[in-house]
Design a protein around this ligand. Structure first.
Ligand SMILES: Cc1cc2nc3c(=O)[nH]c(=O)nc-3n(C[C@H](O)[C@H](O)[C@H](O)COP(=O)(O)O)c2cc1C
Length: 301
């Protein structure tokens, strides 16, 4: 009960308008006002400035609002952490996936059969126009030394004063991962699908690829770094001028689990419920907007 009242308070803090806050909280304006009054009783202070319309919070209201935001954030974080530990949950593999740095990977990586499955999963990502605007390049064991030479040369181009340690590290990016792929974005220039949607399709494919690897029990990570922006290296890898080297995907068995996540971004931080902006008095409603509002109201019943 208190949590739902705090949600109303936080919604009011966000919308700065009683009606819109009520809509966002999926309560009536009266219920929202009652929730705020209940909190005022609980904390023994007026939380909003007096007036028929919302005119802002009192200093105590601001204090309670800040506390309520932190409380709801922590409550959500706890709920999500507990949810992620429910192994029977159908989406547990998606909730658990973590990137595993090449240092924490060991052989064996996925073999040809598993790479094929991983690519099938990538090809099942949403893809406007079915363009698969991406491709994958595998660097097999026999070619790693040659790739390491290219990585070292790229590092020298970028930093002529690179130390021997820097150059060794650059080489290790090519030699360390048990399996190494390049993920290349290939926007289809002659398509009617906008480039930005093609990039999103490619990103969705990359996400599926990582999730598939995780579900097959492998660790994986995408790393780009400066070398992905080097045109000489791209050309050496056979990547055309209209293509983009998005990153290198390292895959392998997990030798050591990655460290615990420090920041926990919650769905509420990327979510909001749309409410129509208040029309200026006397502004006629555009027809399309009216139809859109009816659709939304219809969809909710
Ligand atoms: C295209 C792409 C390139 C990336 N390049 C780098 C990189 O060069 N260095 C890095 O530290 N992380 C890079 N990342 C982020 C990591 O792959 C990883 O997602 C991040 O460390 C968060 O870990 P998580 O996947 O476990 O949440 C890249 C991610 C993507 C999608």
């Amino acid at each position: 009960m208190v949590t739902s009242q705090l949600r109303c308070l936080v919604a009011l803090g966000q919308a700065q308008h009683l009606g819109r806050a009520a809509q966002a909280s999926e309560v009536s304006p009266l219920e929202l006002t009652q929730a705020i009054h209940a909190l005022e009783q609980e904390y023994g202070h007026p939380l909003v400035k007096p007036g028929a319309r919302f005119e802002g919070f009192t200093p105590q209201g601001e204090q309670v609002l800040a506390w309520a935001r932190a409380f709801l954030h922590d409550t959500e974080a706890l709920r999500h952490e507990l949810q992620a530990t429910r192994k029977d949950d159908a989406i547990a593999p998606l909730l658990e996936r973590r990137s595993v740095s090449p240092k924490r990977l060991r052989a064996p990586g996925p073999g040809a059969e598993h790479i094929d499955l991983i690519l099938q999963a990538a090809l099942r990502a949403p893809d406007h126009g079915g363009l698969h605007p991406w491709r994958v390049l595998e660097f097999r064991e026999g070619q790693r030394a040659a790739l390491a030479d290219r990585f070292e040369e790229e590092k020298r181009r970028r930093d002529p004063l690179a130390s021997s340690t820097d150059l060794r590290r650059a080489r290790e990016h090519a030699t360390r991962p048990p399996v190494l792929l390049a993920f290349v974005v290939v926007p289809r220039a002659r398509s009617r699908v906008p480039a930005r949607e093609q990039w999103l399709s490619a990103g969705a494919a990359l996400g599926n690829l990582l999730n598939a690897a995780h579900q097959l029990g492998y660790g994986a990570i995408v790393l780009s770094g400066e070398r992905c922006f080097d045109p000489v290296l791209s050309a050496e890898l056979g990547i055309g001028p209209e293509e983009f080297l998005a990153g290198f995907v390292s895959l392998g068995s997990v030798a050591e689990a990655p460290p615990a996540r420090h920041s926990h971004v919650l769905p509420g931080q990327v979510w909001s419920a749309w409410t129509p902006p208040a029309a200026a008095p006397g502004t006629p409603k555009p027809r399309a907007a009216t139809a859109m509002n009816l659709d939304i109201a219809g969809g909710k019943t």
